[in-house]
Design a binder for this molecule. Structure first.
Ligand SMILES: [Zn+2]
Length: 81
C-alpha cells in the first residue's frame, strides 16, 4: 500500500496520511464496537487522516496481509461537497 485515494484529493502518496486507529466492523453491538479488539488477517477497517492534504478523516478497508486497499471513503459515508 503506497497510495490512498482520498475522496477529496484523489490518489495521493501514503506519506500524506496518518493512521489513527483500527475500528470494529459495522453491525456489532455497542460493547463490541468499543471494547473488543479488531484483529483479522483478511480485513482491517481503519481511521486515517489526510494530514498532508484536506485533513479529512477517512475510513479505509484493507487486507493487512497483502496491504491491498479495498475501499476508502469519508468517515460517516458522506460525499465530498
Ligand atoms: Zn484529502
Amino acid at each position: 500500500m503506497t497510495r490512498l485515494i482520498c475522496p477529496f484529493c484523489g490518489p495521493r502518496h501514503l506519506r500524506e496520511f496518518e493512521f489513527h486507529k483500527t475500528v470494529a466492523a459495522e453491525g456489532g453491538s455497542a460493547f463490541a464496537r468499543v471494547y473488543e479488539r479488531v484483529d483479522s488477517a483478511e480485513l482491517s477497517i481503519e481511521h486515517w487522516q489526510h494530514v498532508g492534504g484536506c485533513r479529512g478523516w477517512l475510513l479505509v478497508r484493507r487486507n493487512p496481509s497483502t496491504g491491498a486497499v479495498t475501499d476508502c471513503q469519508l468517515v460517516g459515508g458522506g460525499e465530498p461537497a
